[in-house]
Write a protein that binds this ligand. Structure first.
Ligand code: 13P
Ligand code: SF4
Length: 295
């Protein structure tokens, strides 16, 4: 879209988009990736303005990492319901009870990050918890936490009861039906899925991890147990392979950003992510700790 290109030049802006964004948003983005890749990209860009197409916690993380840049978030209503399932005060109460370090999934508010020791994404959660001393509070995704626990021996990992409604909605029947239709297909699953789905999967990975796995695999067909738009990127980058989404797995929040809202944001330079300075300072360390750990 020429108008967006002109506005990007005028503002010296880049557009970052998550893998679950609408196809037309993925098409105009300078970079499309998972939460970890987007956080890494946000740190290295020399643009003055970042237009973030994703959900609230991702746009906030971008701002925390880049306090001097303007971070535009085209629709402030794009709030991840899982991130809203934990608040700083209740988390601190849990910390008082256990006296454990807090590992927060990046799907949390800036306030929750500010009271955390380290953040993680689905791409590095196992690695990060493995490297923590014994005794960890893991918040907010219980399914990801249960997945992590499979790899960390008898380390005590206390789980917060949060979940992603989109991934919780993916059922064993969905996967069985797809497998019946496509018996040769490899099953890929996101760790936000239930343990039942995880047990059925050939490979469990973050959205970026699934893209990489499919690229490196000799297989030609994949059942993709995550938000269905990831299949748009997969098919675009691997036109010779087939990807079968769970058609009902839609994250409504991710769809709140439209081309129209991106154009408007670049024209008006609003809405902009503004966070409390002190919260930002405190939330930066756990995010930087996560970025140091890498993928
Ligand atoms: P990824 O980091 O794997 O892209 O996942 C983010 C997310 O919100 C999954 O629901
Ligand atoms: Fe949040 Fe789930 Fe949507 Fe990811 S897919 S942004 S965890 S609601």
């Amino acid at each position: 879209m020429r108008k967006i290109e002109e506005l990007k030049k005028k503002r010296n802006a880049v557009i970052l988009a998550h893998n679950y964004q609408r196809p037309e948003i993925q098409d105009i983005a300078d970079f499309v990736g998972d939460s970890l890749a987007l956080a890494m990209k946000a740190r290295e860009t020399d643009a003055d303005v970042i237009v973030f197409c994703g959900v609230d916690f991702m746009a906030e993380s971008t701002k925390i990492i880049n306090p001097d840049k303007v971070v535009l978030f085209p629709n402030m209503e794009a709030k991840c319901p899982m991130a809203a399932m934990v608040d700083a005060q209740s988390l601190l109460k849990m910390k008082e009870e256990y006296d454990y370090d807090i590992v927060s999934y990046i799907n949390t508010s800036a306030e929750v990050k500010a009271v955390s020791d380290i953040c993680c994404t689905s791409a590095n959660a196992v690695k990060i918890v493995t490297n923590m001393p014994d005794g960890v509070i893991f918040t907010p995704d219980e399914n990801l936490g249960m997945y992590v626990k499979r790899f960390v021996g008898d380390k005590d990992v206390v789980l917060w009861p949060g979940f992603c409604p989109t991934h919780m909605g993916i059922t064993a029947e969905d996967i069985i039906e797809l497998k019946k239709k496509h018996p040769e297909a490899i099953i890929l699953a996101h760790p936000e899925c239930t343990p039942e789905i995880i047990d059925m999967a050939d490979k469990v990975a973050s959205t970026e991890g699934m893209v990489r796995y499919a690229m490196e695999s000799e297989a030609g067909e994949f059942i993709v147990a995550t938000e269905r738009e990831l299949c748009y990127r997969m098919k675009k980058e691997m036109p010779d392979k087939e990807f079968y989404p769970v058609e009902t797995a839609i994250c409504p929040t991710m769809k709140k950003i439209t081309l129209k809202s991106v154009v408007k944001a670049l024209e008006t330079m609003e809405p902009e992510i503004i966070l409390d300075k002190e919260i930002m300072e405190r939330a930066r360390k756990p995010l930087e700790n996560m970025l140091k750990a890498g993928r």
